[in-house]
Design a protein around this ligand. Structure first.
Ligand code: CTP
Ligand code: ZN
Length: 160
């Protein structure tokens, strides 16, 4: 075990166990882990094996969150939406305890069915079964139906 990288892997500071097979979402902004899970639609109610570390010390970020999902390999499309709330996240695909793939999240052009429009008059917030759709801008997101732009607090639009 090396002393490089984030401290959490140093023996005496290990907070969240290694997983055998699945996905580790690392370098999540401190405090965003629960939003990460909400965006992914994972809440543990279906028996998913999850480990969450919040506000743990990190070299790269002052404090980071880390989310480990056992038994599930998340696809690039699934994780890209996380770029809105965790732009520095690293996605690690783990197989038989080894990190087999490591990639960064990329900003998608469009996000569908994940965020809800804050405009009460928007067609997507009524009773009609219209799936939400936002265009991703450089500094926020814009509802494709009512054009409402949200720049800050994107996390508050997450359907939970
Ligand atoms: N990890 C895990 N279970 C495994 C292997 C790795 O939970 N079987 C976690 C590690 O704890 C770490 C992340 O997956 O948080 C990435 O692992 P690794 O690439 O070995 O660590 P680093 O080199 O520190 O990663 P980075 O350079 O991305 O910081
Ligand atoms: Zn809208």
């Amino acid at each position: 075990m090396s002393n490089e990288g984030d401290n959490e892997d140093v023996d005496h500071e290990l907070r969240v166990s290694k997983i055998r097979d699945g996905t580790v979402i690392d370098h999540v902004r401190g405090g965003q882990a629960l939003n990460v899970l909400a965006i992914l639609g994972i809440d543990g109610s279906k028996g998913e094996e999850l480990s969450i570390g919040m506000n743990v010390p990190s070299d790269r970020l002052a404090r980071k969150d880390i989310v480990k999902v056992e038994g599930r390999e998340l696809s690039q499309d699934e994780v890209d939406v996380l770029s809105l709330i965790a732009p520095d996240a690293t996605i690690n695909i783990v197989r038989d305890y080894d990190v087999e793939e490591k990639h960064r999240v990329e900003r998608p052009d469009v996000v569908e069915g994940v965020l809800s429009c804050p405009n009460a008059a928007c067609i997507t917030t009524g009773n009609e079964p219209v799936t939400s759709r936002f265009t991703v801008l450089e500094d926020g997101v814009r509802c494709s139906y009512c054009e409402t732009i949200v720049r800050e607090e994107i996390a508050s639009l997450i359907d939970t």
